[in-house]
Design a protein around this ligand. Structure first.
Ligand code: CP
Ligand code: NVA
Length: 314
């Protein structure tokens, strides 16, 4: 049985297959011949945190693959009244064919994998957001390969991505891991104290991947020559108590039009959303022709369907 908790849970050839499948599912969406690999299956979507894109794209995706999605908000389950995650995981895996989980500690996902008997998908933890990162690279590959799936992977190799702001968050970690896998340079720029953690550096080493990331407190240096500039909220879910300090420290790392002008000609802007316009990015950049944030959001559906199809076939 396969699980998808981190970017490196699939090999590079498998990532290429997932991107090709996503392109096929995207162009064939709604056609009668669409494959239904989750036929007669029920998948639970267990969410400990808020979500718009992830929960809806997984619900629609499971349904379109022939399965039944069951939304499980953690605060409506017995877990909110003290039932253990161990018992919850054991019970859910007796009913369901797979679990998509959004949680705080990444170790909860690993625990469910150990206890349960069904595939587990990471729908965001404090540590990583792998469904988002596969989608982000797929969205770029679509553009840079001019829609030719045979060129998806080579179109990414050697590119430079600048990630600004909270360079210690789950999205930054996922870019570090995904970038090393796909041969993409990841130039991080944020305040001192937000350097990549020992955990993510250790993960690269454990996966035998050479680092492709760098860290600088100078946003201009990170953005110079970048083929894509991206950011994420400065206050991730669970970090609300640090809001004031983070807004103050990260203010120099706002993505605005002046900064975008320093990137490579034709550079894209991306953001996993939700965006806090006026904080990590200006509305002008979000609305600019460089911004591909809604293609990025749409592609969550196609890429996650490809991931689920791949897990169902394992
Ligand atoms: N990008 C993302 O995961 O969005 P949601 O939090 O709305 O799911
Ligand atoms: N870093 C953000 C991503 C939201 C999709 C968070 O964890 O809240």
């Amino acid at each position: 049985m396969r699980h998808f908790l981190k970017e490196t849970d699939f090999s590079l050839p498998e990532v290429a297959d997932i991107f090709t499948t996503a392109a096929i599912l995207k162009s064939g969406r709604g056609k009668p011949c669409a494959a239904t690999p989750l036929e007669r299956q029920s998948w639970g979507l267990l969410f400990f945190k808020k979500s718009t894109r992830t929960r809806v794209s997984f619900q629609v995706g499971v349904h379109e693959l022939g399965g039944q999605p069951i939304m499980l908000n953690a605060d409506e389950l017995q877990i909110s009244r003290g039932e253990t995650i161990d018992d919850t995981g054991r019970v859910l895996s007796r009913y369901l064919h797979g679990l998509v989980i959004r949680c705080y500690e990444h170790s909860l996902l690993e625990k469910i994998v150990r206890l349960g008997t069904v595939p587990v998908v990471n729908a965001l933890s404090d540590y990583l957001h792998p469904c988002q990162i596969y989608t982000d690279f797929f969205t770029l590959a679509e553009r840079w390969s001019n829609g030719d799936p045979a060129r998806h992977m080579e179109s990414l190799k050697g590119r430079k991505i600048a990630f600004l702001g909270d360079t210690a968050c789950n999205m930054a970690n996922s870019f570090i891991l995904g970038g090393a896998m796909l041969g993409v340079e990841i130039a991080l720029s944020g305040p001192a104290g937000y350097e990549p953690s020992a955990a993510i550096r250790g993960q690269l080493a454990a996966d035998g991947l050479a680092p492709t990331w760098s860290f600088s407190t100078d946003p201009g240096q990170a953005v110079r020559g970048a083929d894509m500039v991206c950011t994420d909220v400065w206050v991730s879910m669970g970090m609300e108590a640090e809001r004031e300090a983070r807004l103050r420290q990260m203010a120099p790392y706002q993505v605005n039009s002046d900064l975008m002008r320093q990137a490579a000609p034709g550079a894209f802007f991306m953001h996993c959303l939700p965006a806090h316009s006026g904080e990590e990015v200006t509305q002008e950049v979000l609305d600019s022709p460089a911004s591909i944030v809604f293609d990025q959001a749409e592609n969550r559906l196609h890429v996650q369907k490809a991931i689920l199809s791949h897990l169902a076939a394992a």
